[in-house]
Design a protein around this ligand. Structure first.
Ligand code: AMP
Length: 276
């Protein structure tokens, strides 16, 4: 069940084409739903658990990222995973991370979104995904829509791996589930509900600029620091003109994208605009 090397993993998948669920561990119920989607996709399900230092642009964030492999193995097994692949850094980057192709697809950069807030983050993401796709030889991989930009990047670099999206899983209060939520105090968590509230309010606005302005105010008034709260082209992530109308049936597909900080915890959310 727990495999630390490619060789161990090949012993479990036994030549069958697997479905990968890449994670950084600290599995929450949202991750477990992704594992169920992987099961439904067909083939042995491999959950990778690897806290990839390459994608952290902040050493503190890396050091305090929650880790609990034993609990992850038990939870993944209960959700239907056939293997948990938890490789050492040496297994993922035997020749060093710099040896891995770090070319970024266009959708990753220059957009005023994640790449601006977390410089270098997507370089680390593309490196680890290229290595995980290669090491596991899976035919498909499940990605959460919570990390919308990451999902688009995975699609762009997948090369023969089918990318299966899974919708955002939320706690009953509406906050998107995240391994980082455990760092929120009760009060910060209450305040952070401004994020899903802002996303919901944006859905009702007539134009892109109205939606952006409403989101900014709601998050700011709740004490959050807005990294971005915007409505973009859903696939290219290009900026949309501020007067783009919600009701305009000829406009490109649009997506609300939010990143905001509450109590030093950076949280993400997104949704189609208007809501599906
Ligand atoms: P992480 O371990 O946080 O890097 O996430 C691993 C995978 O789980 C990524 O594909 C995430 O997009 C996905 N994921 C994390 N949280 C959620 C959530 N609340 N809803 C849907 N997918 C999620």
């Amino acid at each position: 069940m727990l495999c630390e090397t490619r060789g161990d993993l090949m012993g479990v998948t036994a030549g069958e084409r697997c479905v990968l669920v890449p994670t950084m561990g600290a599995l929450h119920p949202g991750h477990l739903r992704l594992i169920e989607t992987a099961r439904a996709t067909g083939g042995p399900v491999v959950v990778s658990v690897f806290v990839n230092a390459e994608q952290f642009n902040d050493a503190d964030d890396f050091n305090r990222y929650p880790r609990d492999l034993e609990a992850d193995v038990a939870a993944a097994r209960a959700a239907g995973a056939d293997a948990v692949f938890a490789p050492a850094t040496q297994e993922v980057y035997p020749d060093g991370a710099d040896a891995v192709d770090a070319r970024l697809p266009g959708v990753a950069s220059g957009k005023g979104l994640e790449d601006d807030g977390r410089p270098g983050h997507f370089l680390g993401v593309v490196r680890v995904l290229r290595r995980l796709f290669s090491l596991t030889a899976c035919r498909a991989a499940v990605f959460g829509e919570k990390d919308w930009q990451q999902l688009l990047i995975a699609r762009a670099i997948a090369k023969g791996v089918e990318i299966v999206p899974h919708p955002i899983e939320r706690d009953p209060d509406g906050l998107a589930m995240s391994s980082r939520n455990r760092h929120l105090s009760a009060q910060e968590r209450e305040e952070a509900l401004a994020i899903p509230a802002a996303v919901a309010a944006a859905s009702d606005q007539g134009t892109v600029s109205e939606a952006e302005s409403v989101m900014g105010s709601i998050i700011h008034d709740a004490g959050g620091r807005v990294d971005y709260a915007t409505v973009r082209h859903a696939v290219t992530l290009d900026v949309l003109p501020g007067d783009t109308q919600r009701q305009d049936t000829d406009r490109p597909p649009a997506r609300i994208l939010v990143a905001a900080d509450f109590g030093g915890v950076r949280l993400l959310d997104n949704a189609p605009w208007p809501a599906a």
